[in-house]
Design a protein around this ligand. Structure first.
Ligand SMILES: Nc1ncnc2c1ncn2[C@@H]1O[C@H](COP(=O)(O)OP(=O)(O)O)[C@@H](O)[C@H]1O
Ligand SMILES: [Mg+2]
Length: 455
């Protein structure tokens, strides 16, 4: 059901509930007030009757009946005198035998003098009033029975009036609450409408909204999301075009070499050189394609985090880099606190691989590469750093080294191999672990620190 109707239903339901309660309360208290008025009148009348009647009790019942008849006609009600046991003493209608017992609720009333209003089986409304009196030593009661149609009519007409008022206000409230509900849910409908207009070709979201509430927050969040999507799209497009461009360069070189190959056939040395260049370019392309595939794979990957011990990391790095480092006369040094990383092993080691291989590649002979692991107590983070004493990164290159395919001129001059994708992979890996990267670099070398949350 639409929010508009849900709100409408809730408002109306609440209103009906409240009006019903108010109706019950007001009509009951009105009835009580009416009855109190009628009770007062009857008690006053009864007291006046008793002034004359009291002396006839209990010894002259015939006189009592005479008085009762007169007053009964005058007041238009039935009057019955009861003795101290609430048995009949005299009846103005002369129907009840003396000493007869009556079965009436009013006789059990504690609060005397008082009235009770009763709806009879023939749906007539009857008022019973009982007044105690004292005649000499003896106690007696005057019971007055009269019809209370007037009270009943007054009550009914008041109730009718109230029902009308409530019905009108209910109608007005229905209308108002409908408009209020519509007004409240309008922004949601607008948001939905604007969202459905978004297409892959036209990805914009705009909605003017003045109030400062959760809907405003929602609109801002959607706007940000759409912008982020656009940025992501733009990045993807750029990545694709750079990738193809980067792949084209070695391909063009390969083509050039192949075209010139027949002309150097006679010259053995040149021929070898050409073949070596050819194989170098092919190797370069192969690495690039592999890394591209890897970047793509990483995004689709479900992280499988497990505990990786410092010693395992050391063992892995020694196995992968010991030979290369020894060939280049570079020392691998480890400073590992006993830290357990909670990471996707495969992904993490591939990232680390890139860092260490950069550190070795961009250092000259005789230098050392240090790999450190630290437990940062107060931040709930683990830190792993790879530091070298190599060529460093120039300040103008620093902001770009994490971008795909970016290679500094220094790096290209220093080392022909390399695709510029290594640090991109590292960045991706770290982001997937909700970690962060910090690069400290200068003329004397580079330190790349990775921070991983402990859990
Ligand atoms: N340890 C390092 N010392 C100096 N420069 C570095 C280091 N690591 C990365 N760089 C710079 O960052 C660039 C990007 O690195 P990377 O993505 O691994 O690509 P590649 O190593 O293939 O060039 C490198 O070309 C180089 O300019
Ligand atoms: Mg690299």
């Amino acid at each position: 059901m639409k929010i508009k109707y849900q709100l409408w239903l809730i408002f109306s339901g609440l209103f009906i509930l409240v009006s019903f309660t108010v109706y019950m309360f007001v009509s009951e208290s009105y009835e009580r007030r009416l009855q109190q008025g009628y009770e007062l009148i009857s008690i006053t009348q009864g007291s006046a009757v008793l002034d004359n009647l009291k002396d006839t009790y209990p010894f002259t019942p015939n006189r009592s009946i005479g008085y009762l008849e007169t007053f009964s006609e005058e007041l238009n009600m039935r009057l019955i005198m009861l003795d101290q046991d609430k048995k009949v003493y005299a009846d103005s209608f002369q129907e009840l035998k003396s000493n007869a017992a009556l079965n009436l609720d009013i006789l059990n009333l504690d609060d005397l003098p008082g009235s009770l209003f009763v709806e009879t089986a023939s749906s007539a409304y009857v008022q019973y009033t009982l007044i105690p009196f004292q005649s000499g030593e003896r106690k007696g009661y005057l019971l007055m029975v009269e019809e209370a149609e007037q009270l009943f009519r007054e009550l009914k007409s008041f109730q009718k009036w109230m029902v009308q008022i409530l019905a009108i206000s209910l109608f007005v409230f229905f209308l108002i609450s409908y408009f209020v509900s519509s007004w409240f849910s309008k922004p949601i409908r607008q948001i939905i409408f604007n969202l459905t207009k978004i297409t892959p070709l036209k990805r914009t979201f705009y909605l003017k909204y003045q109030r400062r509430d959760e809907i405003k927050e929602l609109i801002v969040a959607i706007k940000n999301m759409v912008e982020e999507l656009n940025r992501y799209d733009e990045r993807q497009r750029r990545f694709l075009s750079t990738s193809s461009h980067e792949l084209k360069t070695p391909l063009a070189t390969i083509q050039l070499i192949l075209e010139n190959l027949p002309y150097v056939r006679e010259n053995e040395e040149r021929y070898r050189e050409f073949v070596r260049d050819l194989s170098f370019q092919v190797q370069k392309m192969k690495i690039m394609v592999e890394q591209l595939l890897e970047i793509n794979r990483i995004w689709d990957r479900q992280l499988q985090k497990e505990i990786l011990k410092a010693e395992e990391i050391k063992e892995y790095l020694l196995q992968s880099f010991q030979h290369i480092a020894r060939d280049k006369n570079i020392f691998l040094e480890f400073e590992l606190e006993t830290v357990d990383l909670f990471v996707d092993q495969d992904l993490f080691l591939r990232g680390l691989d890139n860092l260490v291989s950069n550190a070795i590649r961009y250092s000259s002979e005789g230098r050392s590469v240090r790999i450190m692991m630290k437990n940062i107590q107060d931040k709930n983070e683990n830190k792993i750093s790879v530091c070298d004493q190599g060529i460093g990164i120039k300040p103008e290159d620093l902001p770009h080294v994490l971008e795909p395919f970016y290679r500094s001129n220094d790096a290209s001059a220093w080392n022909q191999e390399g695709s510029g994708l290594g640090l991109t992979i590292v960045k991706q890996m770290v982001e997937m672990h909700q970690g962060r990267i910090d690069i400290k670099t200068g003329e004397h070398g580079t330190c790349i620190h990775l921070f991983f949350p402990k859990t």
